[in-house]
Design a protein around this ligand. Sequence first.
Ligand SMILES: *Cc1c(COP(=O)(O)O)cnc(C)c1O
Length: 434
Amino acid sequence: MTTNEELYERGLRVIPGGVNSPVRAFRSVGGVPYFVARARGAHVWDVEGRRFVDLVQSYGASILGHADPRVVAAVQDAATRGSTYGAPTEGEVRLAEMICDRVPGLEQVRLVSSGTEAAMSAVRLARGATGRSRVVKFAGNYHGHSDALLASAGSGVAEGVLGTGAVPDSAGVTAGAVADTVVVGYNTVPTLDDDVAVVCVEPVAANMGLVPPAEGFLEGLRAECDRVGALLLFDEVITGFRVAAGGASERSGVRPDVWCFGKVIGGGLPMGAFGGSAEVMSHLAPLGPVYQAGTLSGNPLATAAGSTVLELLDADAYARLEANAAALATGLRLAFDAAGVPAVVPRSGPLVGLFFGAGTPHDFDSAAASVAAGRYPEFFHGMLDRGVALAPGPYEVMFPSLAHTDEDLAQVVEAAHQVAASIAAGAAGAAADS
Ligand SMILES: *Cc1c(COP(=O)(O)O)cnc(C)c1O
């Protein structure tokens, strides 16, 4: 039998850090990553045959759970007709219609192959459409790894996995590339001026742990953008088609000018999208002067998977997603309370976060202060040992899917009781030692 250790060693020889996305390397929790052999529904199995209740779900890309038979059938069926042509297909039109139908105010989208590409292209579009240069983003919000947006970018960057420690930035990004990027604190409406092209925001922040928008924050951004003629961009790569059929713009009632999507809309295959009104999108090639393209954009396998997923996300599905998240959050809170471990478990619709410590973070600094206490690695490994896979980083969130049953969630909560009790015992032991 192949072991995780063996695969990791082989990987380290031919792939930097042994992984193709830094957080997977377990740097911020320690240890050897599990290599997935297969997955189905709420579960993943590693190459050693261990089964985990999976709360990663590819960072939310698998909203139905893994290997949903309806998605598998759609992808298989599409694959028999060829996997990419370099010519448009009905599947792309259909997925774009489904996306625009669901999101209030969204008239057109361009399909791309990742969230990074969506955000990078959306910023270029916003700059081209306004004729302005400056981009405002919020500390701890992640918009993918394009140069202009890789400043105070939360998540994998904040974990220091880029090797820059606490400085959330990347080598190789020039001062010039971020010279027009302004980073401000989340949940505070900045005062803008009329050289701002676009304000990029995660309408529910989910890459610095889970930090919901404060009352009036998104409304305030809308008003301030309108005051100076800047565009407002909602990065809905996580929230899109997850917090509601129409995403955060439906849930909050605030309508941005530009949207980015990813994760859910690919049904587990590489897919992203950005969009806006027909007027804004008319600046994009071939209609306008803002260039953007992609050999695999609108890929037939990805559109087949994505449209199958969107079709299945009806009102009942959203109610179940939210009920699953509520059960998980309530169970985790009880587990920490019972053990006397200070922790907060924020929830926003179907998204669940976890911060150790007493305070509820409202921006990146307060989230980072919670993470600095260093409790997450012990919790992560305690859960993994008990068959529950959480994201291997303290700035990620939990993604209970539609496939998680009451039994799966009860297993997670039972494991959390045990791990919280052992953390409390360890802390008591450490206090007695000193
Ligand atoms: C995941 C994510 C991205 C980047 O998407 P990729 O497909 O990983 O490139 C962008 N924005 C947000 C909010 C994300 O969570």
